[in-house]
Design a protein around this ligand. Structure first.
Ligand SMILES: Nc1ccn([C@@H]2O[C@H](COP(=O)(O)O)[C@@H](O)[C@H]2O)c(=O)n1
Ligand SMILES: C[C@@]1(CO)OP(=O)(O)OP(=O)(O)OC[C@H]1O
Length: 159
């Protein structure tokens, strides 16, 4: 069995009046992510972790933010394509873990729905998907609510 790990990191600025989508789940909030796509920063970090594990480049390489094809796109479609790409290379996804750094709103009530959504899109069990949230104690751009950052790790394997 060949095991490989990958890491992903993404940041988006927050702006008033935009929809907030995290981990494939729409969340009521006064701010949302500024982006070419739907701005799902959790999925973007996760895609980079999965692509990184397979040494297949990064999200911008596969889905350029200069292409109209991806304008406003639902990032769940991008994650699904990344999972397909890995499957074509013979890889299966073992488990993933994401940490969201966001001062507000409280994300805990939404975490289990994010886990189920991400698990369904990747075609793996919900027990293999972890999503966590932390404030940055009001420090830095996340703490000032100017942006949100996410780190993700993924383990993939091949027989
Ligand atoms: N946007 C957030 C941030 C944090 N949480 C939950 O609160 C716990 C404590 O936050 P700290 O910043 O003090 O680590 C954290 O462990 C999360 O469970 C949240 O729900 N939403
Ligand atoms: C997701 C893509 C899609 O065009 O655009 P953005 O929504 O701007 O997000 P980013 O994290 O900058 O990743 C690049 C792109 O792949």
């Amino acid at each position: 069995m060949l095991f490989r790990i990958g890491h992903g990191y993404d940041v988006h600025a927050l702006a008033e009046g935009l929809p907030l989508v995290l981990g494939g789940v729409g969340i009521e909030h006064d701010k949302g992510c500024v982006a070419h796509s739907d701005g799902d920063v959790v999925i973007h970090a996760l895609c980079d972790a999965l692509l990184g594990a397979a040494a297949l480049g990064d999200i911008g390489l596969h889905f350029p933010d200069t292409s109209d094809d991806y304008k406003g796109i639902d990032s769940k479609l991008l994650l699904h394509r990344v999972a397909e790409l890995l499957a074509q290379k013979g890889y299966r996804i073992g488990n993933v873990d994401c940490t969201i750094r966001m001062q507000r709103p409280k994300l805990r009530p939404h975490i289990d729905r994010m886990r189920r959504t991400l698990a369904d899109v990747m075609g793996i069990g919900v027990d293999c998907v972890s999503v966590k949230a932390t404030t940055t104690e009001r420090l830095g751009f996340e703490g000032r609510e100017e942006g949100v950052s996410v780190s993700a790790v993924a383990l993939i394997y091949r027989e």
